[in-house]
Ligand binder design. Structure first.
Ligand SMILES: [Zn+2]
Length: 205
């Protein structure tokens, strides 16, 4: 059973909030995921605060809101898993040089329209969307959906890649686009060890 603490041990290596949201499921590069840290609405809120999608005050307000509305909370959590499924489909397709289907893109468009309908334009160095006035249970998803649209509309699509050792997806921001692993500490090191062992075995025979 995953806990709220497990959520905050996830590595944020996607380089984009939507990719980090997809990366809340772990497993091999191909096939089904073997683990999922998003086991309930409290975990979704904890992840949102950890990943920077929510302030601690917003997270606390959402926890209170969800306690008062169990039915709405179940619906909001189910919706967040469906969102993650279609984001997974979109970015996994792009990582494999395929085009996502028009139906998943339409779902993203609908969620982005909903997100912007709850957003406000706040002035920083430029104006940007914030969800400070959004007090709905869907609040954790808003910046995730918007980050997905931002990456699709202003990112470099061939920088979106899947890790060679696990199912994580990342935006390769390296200068020569040479990144192959979600992180050198995990899959990169595992690959180095694998190659070292293989080379030793070759030398021994
Ligand atoms: Zn990996």
């Amino acid at each position: 059973m995953e806990t709220v603490e497990d959520v905050t041990r996830m590595r944020l290596v996607g380089g984009n909030l939507a990719l980090d949201f997809v990366n809340t499921r772990t497993g091999p590069p191909e096939g089904s995921p073997d683990d999922d840290v998003l086991t309930g609405y409290p975990e979704l809120v904890a992840w949102g605060a950890y990943a920077g999608a929510l302030t601690e005050a917003e997270a606390a307000a959402l926890r209170r809101l969800s306690r008062d509305d169990p039915g709405g909370t179940r619906a909001a959590f189910a919706r967040s898993l469906r969102t993650r499924d279609y984001l997974d489909e979109i970015f996994r397709a792009l990582a494999a040089d395929r085009s996502p289907s028009t139906s998943v893109l339409a779902r993203l468009r609908d969620d982005e329209a909903d997100a912007l309908g709850h957003a406000r334009l706040d002035r920083g160095s430029t104006f940007g969307w914030t969800w400070r006035d959004d007090h709905t249970l869907a609040r954790p998803l808003r910046p995730v959906v918007h980050a997905a649209v931002q990456l699709l509309t202003t990112g470099t699509l061939n920088r979106i890649k899947g890790c060679g050792g696990c199912r994580f997806i990342f935006n390769d921001e390296s200068k020569n686009r040479s990144r192959r692993w979600c992180s050198m500490d995990d899959c990169g090191t595992a690959e180095k060890i694998r190659r070292y062992v293989a080379a030793r075995r070759t030398r021994a025979t």
